[in-house]
Design a protein around this ligand. Structure first.
Ligand SMILES: [Fe+2]
Length: 366
């Protein structure tokens, strides 16, 4: 799977990130632990040289996991001794960046393991405890959104990504947002009504994707002989639970579902996807269910820069800004997001066909 990376690669890559971002500029007499690792574990930073092709990360049998742990122990020890003598604000910020970066990879580790295990005919469980982290327990209703001129974007002194700033004014027309998420039960209605076979609900690029990839249901759904569906997650293969939030859908599917539901589900009449600014204003003021900690919620907003946006300086400037094309914004956080790694202003982003992340939908309407 070209978008996913092995667990060992994630561990090595976050180690490389600390080495190149913190130790290289700040450590006296800095030397790479192994300068060849820089090519293997550089993800996408053109400013620091060559990189191993992403789709071939799964073929890296060397270095071994033991060697990577040894490297990480060395990097951790050197960071600890650096912080004994240097308390510069810039260095404190860089360690926060390194930790936030590692948290993002902790989430990717789980989504990548889920995908890897899904391709194994044993369908192994990664987690054994019987939990439903995406259960939707509240009843759906429309809640009024914040309209008019509003301030959007990060405000404060704590860590945040450059793409969340600067704070600026936007205009929201009158609208409402769903009090909770779209569920598997809703999605089954879409499937039963032949939503995946009917071009009228789909964007042209979405329809081409459905056809080319033979898409018939969300990722990890499988049809049983009796016509029911099973769902594969980190908890293994199980019967689909209709009250759970729908997960692992692409932007194309979220958009098509909203268009179909608008016409076919009474409670969802007029439904569309929210803009990221409707979502943010809503999350700031409303106490709706499942804003965070269940699924990333697709918005209809293109991932682009806010007015006055400046990428961070140095290599960190490649972190977010250069991806501001051909991707859509997702808001909230998922059941796989590490605790403390969510904000109302947080902007996640993925291409329109991506669905191996824990993605779902909250609807809006004018
Ligand atoms: Fe990374």
């Amino acid at each position: 799977m070209p978008d996913a990376s092995p667990a060992k690669w994630h561990l090595a890559h976050v180690t490389w990130f600390y080495e190149v971002m913190l130790l290289k500029p700040y450590e006296h007499n800095f030397k790479f632990w192994n300068s060849q690792f820089a090519v293997l574990f550089n993800s996408y930073y053109n400013g620091v040289g060559d990189k191993h092709p992403r789709h071939q990360r799964g073929l890296l049998t060397r270095p071994t996991l033991a060697e990577i742990f040894e490297w990480r122990k060395n990097i951790d020890a050197r960071i600890n001794s650096l912080f004994k003598h240097n308390h510069a604000a810039e260095l404190r910020w860089l360690i926060q960046l390194g930790i936030n970066h590692e948290q993002q990879h902790q989430e990717l580790l789980l989504t990548d393991i889920q995908h890897l295990f899904s391709t194994n005919s044993l369908l192994p469980s990664y987690l054994l405890k019987d939990k439903r982290p995406t259960a939707c327990l509240e009843e759906f209703k429309w809640l009024e959104g914040q309209s008019g001129l509003l301030e959007i974007g990060y405000q404060g002194d704590a860590f945040h990504f450059d793409n969340e700033a600067p704070r600026h004014t936007v205009f929201n027309s009158a609208h409402a947002l769903g009090s909770t998420l779209v569920t598997n039960a809703d999605w089954l209605l879409f499937i039963e009504d032949k939503g995946y076979q009917n071009a009228q609900w789909w964007l042209d690029a979405g329809w081409a994707w459905v056809k080319a990839e033979n898409i018939f249901a969300p990722l990890y759904w499988s049809l049983k002989d009796d016509g029911s569906y099973c769902h594969f997650s980190l908890y293994g293969q199980r019967k689909l639970v209709s009250q759970d939030a729908v997960t692992h859908i692409s932007y194309f599917e979220a958009e098509a579902f909203a268009r179909w539901a608008s016409k076919n589900i009474k409670a969802y009449a007029g439904a569309r996807l929210p803009t990221e600014f409707e979502w943010e204003a809503f999350a700031t003021r409303q106490h709706a269910a499942d804003l965070f900690g269940k699924v990333w919620q697709w918005t209809s907003s293109n991932y682009s820069s806010y007015p006055g946006y400046r990428p961070w300086g140095g290599i960190a400037g490649e972190y977010n800004g250069k991806f501001m094309i051909n991707q859509m914004v997702l808001r909230g956080s998922s059941a796989y997001t590490p605790a403390g790694h969510s904000r109302t202003t947080y902007r996640n982003f993925f291409p329109t066909h991506a669905r191996w992340q824990l993605t779902g939908v909250r609807l809006a309407k004018d």
